[in-house]
Design a protein around this ligand. Structure first.
Ligand code: GLC
Ligand code: CA
Length: 562
């Protein structure tokens, strides 16, 4: 039943609240999505991943689900969802849902019922007595709060939440919970969806007895529940019992994942997951998360890229999603917004794997800086802020939040220079980036040099090219501090991808074989087929240059035959 079509497509991620408001209440919705499907088609994408569309109290904007088999009224209803799926399928666009099963909302009826000790739902979650009065059952940390346990007065016990106290961890060891997961999978597959992006899926199996973490650095507990004892068993069960019976794929989000640890998930004829979202290449300017900032390091980025290209059979490629600040503001430069935006697009879209583009990335949206902490809504930012202001003056803390918060990626998409960036006729639920008059989709639509049209061309090229999708990957400058240079090759066809990650000039000399081919061609000699050419560039350039000095964030892609 299952096919490998996900290897041939570029996906687009929609974070629904900020994508497009179709009914004029200031909140993005499925009516807006329906309206923009042609735009997405024009970008060349072959699939959409929806961040959660389900009913949710929005403690973590949809990642706290209170009903898995419905649509949040802010976004529409099942009717409009079905229309979106049908129209997307007509356009040959696949639909991927977010499956958040590590935890439910505390407002989900399972959790509400589980407060009663005699309820069959009690064992859906991890309810435990404290070590002693006032002391949590273990020493684990939460990603969004300080402790991973909250005390429930009604129940007289603690419950586990690796994220916020409104995101309660499910007990996946309970077979009834696994049956619920299968029901949810079937519900959406029967409605025609084509796959799932599984939220923090590598955390769903907790160690027996939930012991203290005695060595933990960073988030305590993580090394115990990351790839926990039954993880492969549970993922296999979901595949065998449900996923294998549909033409769909599964993509797991996997914090702290390394290629070595990923292999058991991805290898073999019946892998647990088809793809993984790893985080290693998102740590080139920070440690673990954006909240521990470091200077940007190309060697760190390259190491992550190289290893995931070489050490796993297939991977998911991305530079942005709803959890990270905008990439131009991080690895590129707001001063060289368009140039660095193009370079960044090239840096990952020509790698091997299944690429994802996040809403607004294709038009070069950048971070926003809001004047006060009260303007921010990301629970992770709020945790860091309130912890840090205990130790440092607020004016020192706010700049770090402005840089690191996930809210940077969650501002409304900038469709035009009209009021509210064309996102909504009403006041948007969250501020629009004031740069929308300059940075918006409409103004780029007919400009052949725009970032939007660059993305279109790159995606179209990739979709036609067997070389990009399946060719070998080789790093040609493994030690350069600022230039990332890789070669792709397949059946005698080659690409050389040059990306400068600096505004400083760098000297670069083409490899001998490519130089020789170019020289041959200029003399009209035999080139074995195709004349070498530069197929993507962000500055005017001349193929005759054997060596040259790069301009800020320059990129060039050469194509030639061996
Ligand atoms: C994933 C999501 C993130 C969410 C977290 C908890 O990392 O991408 O947005 O906050 O899981 O569900
Ligand atoms: Ca709306």
């Amino acid at each position: 039943m299952r096919n490998d079509w996900y290897k041939d497509r570029v996906f687009y991620q929609i974070w629904p609240r900020s994508f497009m408001d179709g009914n004029g209440d200031g909140i993005g919705d499925l009516y807006g999505v329906y309206d923009r499907l042609d735009y997405l088609k024009s970008l060349g994408i072959g699939g959409i991943w929806f961040s959660p569309l389900y009913p949710s109290p929005n403690a973590d904007f949809g990642y706290d689900i209170s009903d898995y088999c419905a649509i949040h009224p802010d976004y529409g209803d099942l009717d409009i969802f079905k229309k979106v799926v049908a129209r997307a399928h007509e356009l040959d666009i696949k639909i991927v849902m977010d499956l958040v099963i590590n935890h439910t909302s505390d407002e989900h009826e399972w959790f509400v019922k589980s407060r009663d000790k005699s309820s069959p739902y009690r064992d859906y979650y991890f309810w435990k007595k404290g070590k002693k009065p006032g002391k949590a059952p273990n020493n684990w940390d939460s990603f969004f709060e300080n402790e991973a346990w909250s005390y429930d007065l009604e129940s007289g016990e603690y419950y586990l939440h690796l994220f916020s106290r409104k995101q309660v961890d499910l007990n996946m060891d309970n077979p009834a919970v696994r049956e619920e997961v299968k029901k949810i999978l079937r519900f959406w597959l029967e409605m025609g969806v084509d796959g799932f992006r599984e939220d923090v899926i590598t955390f769903i199996s907790k160690p027996e007895g939930l012991p203290d973490d005695r060595f933990g650095v960073g988030v305590r507990g993580m090394r115990l529940f990351e790839s926990g004892p039954h993880i492969h068993e549970y993922l296999q069960e979901f595949r065998t019992d449900v996923l294998d019976h549909y033409d769909c794929f599964v993509l797991g989000e996997a914090p702290m994942m390394t290629p070595k640890k990923a292999r058991p998930y991805l290898a073999g004829s019946h892998p647990d997951l088809d793809l993984m979202f790893n985080f290693q290449h998102m740590e080139a300017d920070c440690l673990f998360t954006e909240y521990i900032p470091l200077p940007f390091s190309l060697p760190k980025l390259r190491r992550a890229f190289d290893r995931w290209q070489k050490d796993v059979p297939w991977t998911a490629l991305y530079l942005e999603n709803h959890d990270h600040p905008r990439i131009i503001s991080r690895y590129g430069s707001e001063k060289y917004r368009v140039e660095s935006g193009k370079m960044l697009a090239v840096s990952y879209l020509l790698q091997k794997g299944t690429p994802f583009v996040y809403q607004g990335q294709e038009i070069g949206m950048t971070n926003i800086a809001l004047p006060s902490i009260d303007d921010y809504v990301d629970c992770m930012a709020l945790k860091h802020y309130y912890n840090d202001v205990k130790k440092k003056p607020a004016e020192k803390v706010l700049p770090k939040i402005q840089k690191a918060t996930r809210d940077n990626a969650r501002t409304p998409v900038q469709w035009s220079a009209d009021k509210n960036a064309g996102f909504s006729t009403a006041d948007p639920w969250f501020p629009v980036n004031p740069n929308y008059r300059e940075v918006n989709a409409a103004s780029q639509e007919n400009d052949p040099d725009s970032l939007l049209n660059f993305y279109r061309a790159l995606i179209a090229f990739r979709s036609r090219s067997e070389l990009v999708r399946f060719g070998d990957y080789e790093d040609l400058a493994p030690a350069h501090p600022h230039l990332y240079v890789y070669k792709r090759s397949c059946k005698g066809e080659n690409l050389l991808v040059l990306c400068s990650f600096t505004e400083k000039p760098c000297h670069f000399r083409l490899p001998e074989d490519l130089s020789a081919k170019i020289a041959d061609a200029s003399l009209g000699g035999a080139t074995g087929g195709m004349v070498p050419e530069i197929i993507f560039n962000n500055y005017p350039c001349d193929i005759a240059e054997k060596e040259f000095t790069t301009r800020p964030y320059e990129t060039r892609v050469y194509r030639w035959n061996a």
